[in-house]
Structure formats: structure tokens, C-alpha cells
Design a protein around this ligand. Structure first.
Ligand SMILES: [Zn+2]
Ligand SMILES: [Zn+2]
Length: 155
């Protein structure tokens, strides 16, 4: 199945805008406690895009915060509506090159939800709020969750 590129993304208030110009590598539901608090939901729904696959619009500003449990991840929020808009994960810790940084895009950012790839897996399922009755693989714990996502990135 082909997905159209680029995809337009925007936050609720419209202040943060960007285009996704590369295909989605993996999509997951994350049940970790940080996602639960950041998203104010039982789990986050996010896609992973390779480095350089996000092109920001002029004037689009994102406020980045690091959360202690996962110090390598920069979580970006809209300065106006405070919605989570983008998270950045350097493939090599400390190396901030765009091409070497994975983009985690919350699915709520996509303006056309029908173009978003179907979900691949649940991660951090051990900290779930409620059991999920679906056919997707469910990975528990930090190491197994990370290995499942990375395994999808290395084709
Ligand atoms: Zn999470
Ligand atoms: Zn906003």
C-alpha cells in the first residue's frame, strides 16, 4: 500500500505546522507512564519517521523539554496550545545532526488520518491502564519495548 507524501501536520491551534516527507518506519501505541501523563490518555499513538523527514513551516515554533526517565528524548510541545507535537531521538546520543535523529510524530498531528499507516504494536504494555483486545504484538518493559521498535527500523 502506498502512502502519499508529503503529509501535512498541525497542532490543535495551528501554530505548529510541518510536512512529513518520508514514509513511516513504524507506528506504535506506547503505554509508558510518561506518555500517559504527557498525552493525558491511557496510551500514546505515534509514528516514527527517519531523520530529515520532517520539514518545518516558516515561523512554526516548538518548545522542547527533556523528561528525566528518558534523557535522550527531546519532547516538543506547541508554545500556544501545549499539545505534544514532535519528539526527537538522536540515534547517537549527543549527536544532534538532523539526518541522525529519529522523529516521533503523534498521530493526532496528521491532518489526513486515513493516510496514516496501521499500527504495528503495543509497547510498555506492562504499565497499561486497561487490557487491549486486539491482534497486535504486545511488548512489556523498557528493553523489550525498545528492541521491538528498533527491530522494525532495521529492515
Ligand atoms: Zn511512552
Ligand atoms: Zn498549538
Amino acid at each position: 500500500m502506498q502512502y502519499q507524501q508529503p503529509e501535512a501536520c498541525s497542532c490543535l491551534c495551528g501554530q505548529v505546522n510541518y510536512s512529513v516527507t518520508k514514509p513511516t518506519l513504524v507506528r506504535f501505541y506506547c503505554h509508558c507512564t510518561i506518555c500517559q501523563s504527557v498525552y493525558q490518555k491511557p496510551f500514546a499513538d505515534a509514528t516514527v519517521i527517519a531523520g530529515g523527514g520532517v520539514v518545518h513551516s516558516d515561523g512554526s515554533q516548538i518548545t522542547y523539554r527533556k523528561l528525566r526517565a528518558y534523557p535522550n528524548i527531546n519532547r516538543g510541545f506547541c508554545p500556544s496550545c501545549d499539545m505534544p507535537v514532535l519528539a526527537l531521538l538522536p540515534l547517537v546520543p549527543g549527536v544532534g545532526l538532523t539526518a541522525m535523529t529519529l522523529n516521533f510524530i503523534p498521530v493526532h498531528m496528521y491532518q489526513n488520518q486515513t493516510h496514516v499507516r496501521p499500527c504495528d504494536m503495543h509497547i510498555f504494555y506492562d504499565s497499561r491502564v486497561a487490557d487491549i483486545d486486539d491482534e497486535l504484538p504486545k511488548h512489556e518493559g523498557y528493553l523489550r519495548s525498545q528492541a521491538a521498535v528498533v527491530g522494525k527500523l532495521i529492515f
